[in-house]
Design a protein around this ligand. Structure first.
Ligand SMILES: NC(=O)c1ccc[n+]([C@@H]2O[C@H](COP(=O)([O-])OP(=O)(O)OC[C@H]3O[C@@H](n4cnc5c(N)ncnc54)[C@H](OP(=O)(O)O)[C@@H]3O)[C@@H](O)[C@H]2O)c1
Length: 315
């Protein structure tokens, strides 16, 4: 290991960070969250069309609820996200009633034209045309922006159906989605075999295996990438955030306009050159407001990404 590759110790990190914390408290010209919202929005082109999407969207695997308080929070998220620059809403047939909740709320808010709706085919059991078509009814839309084959359930029979829907302009883009390393071989095979617009895969600062082969392959093939579980997944996100609860941000965070650990994690993910959009799950307005700031300002370069990894690995 060279000097540059040396891992930062926890003690060094804390020393480093406490200086930054002092700077944040005292120094002029240091970015505060309120300033960050006026920074330029970061967008990336979908290779198959050059349509640009903002790099942060929302994942909805907890939107399938009938709890009134939770529905009110979800409504706030769907209403506010486009106002903060976000467009991509990722859902799935298998997330309880998520599609139906989104369909109902978006219709009542009246902002369908401001959103890029992405859903998935059934993740197990039969994936008939009728089941795929039911998504249009649940989402209350004539056209779905992206439909992905979920977890490679019946890929060979589903892809031709999606291609037909794309030809009929009912679906704008098609793709495949997974969050499991054991399905990466299927994902690579699908990238080789089909003409996909998108893939969706798990990737975070604590789970970098997609960067070994999947992300470079998607880039080579000119396929857009959505990233799920950017905080480690809904079951692990609280432990991801607990790990940094008492750790101030490193001082270099200010150089990439990062004002929270959530933004640190998200900017790590979306600065990978193959990545188009990260879709953190969020049901709270304060999380949306925090995360959308990761779609603004500067991104880390390769050298800083490696510093970010060292920081995380030392915690
Ligand atoms: N096979 C697949 O295709 C697949 C698999 C898994 C997930 N997905 C998709 O990817 C999306 C993201 O994955 P995920 O939701 O499982 O995991 P995640 O995005 O890694 O974590 C979501 C969790 O992080 C919390 N959170 C969000 N922003 C935060 C912030 N700024 N500070 C603190 N906590 C914050 C959320 O809390 P609140 O809800 O309280 O806001 C939620 O509990 C899913 O919603 C789904 O759309 C796809």
């Amino acid at each position: 290991m060279t000097t540059n590759q040396r891992r930062i110790t926890r003690r060094e990190l804390l020393q480093h960070s406490s200086l930054a914390a002092a700077g944040l408290a005292l120094g002029p010209g240091i970015l505060m969250a309120s300033d960050a919202s006026s920074l330029p929005l970061i967008t990336r082109p979908i290779p198959s069309t050059d349509e640009r999407l903002p790099v942060i969207g929302v994942g909805t695997n907890r939107f399938g609820t009938d709890d009134a308080e939770m529905l009110a929070q979800i409504r706030q998220v769907l209403e506010t996200m486009p106002k903060l620059g976000g467009t991509v809403v990722d859902t799935a047939n298998s997330y309880g009633d998520s599609e139906a909740v989104i369909g109902r709320l978006v219709e009542s808010i009246g902002n369908r034209d401001k959103l890029f709706l992405a859903t998935k085919t059934p993740s197990r059991g039969e994936a008939s045309m009728q089941e795929i078509m039911e998504a249009f009814t649940r989402l209350r839309t004539e056209q779905i922006d992206l439909v992905e084959v979920h977890n490679f359930n019946e890929t060979d029979s589903v892809i031709p159906r999606l291609q037909q829907l794309k030809q009929d302009t009912r679906v704008r883009y098609i793709g495949c989605s997974t969050s499991r390393d054991e399905q990466y071989a299927d994902l690579k095979a699908a990238l080789d075999k089909y003409d996909l617009d998108f893939i969706q895969v798990d990737y975070s600062i604590d789970n970098r295996s997609a960067a070994d082969e999947i992300l470079p392959l998607a880039r080579d093939k000119g396929v857009a990438v959505l990233i799920n579980m950017p905080f480690g997944g809904r079951r692990n996100a609280s432990s991801t955030f607990a790990r940094v609860a008492d750790v101030p941000l490193p001082d270099f965070a200010a150089e990439i306009d990062v004002t929270s650990w959530a933004q640190f994690f998200l900017k790590y993910v979306v600065s990978h050159p193959a990545v188009n959009v990260a879709i953190p799950g969020m049901t709270k307005l304060r999380h949306l407001e925090d995360n959308m700031l990761a779609a603004r300002g500067r991104l880390p370069d390769a050298a800083m990404r490696s510093e970010m990894e060292k920081v995380w690995d030392a915690i």
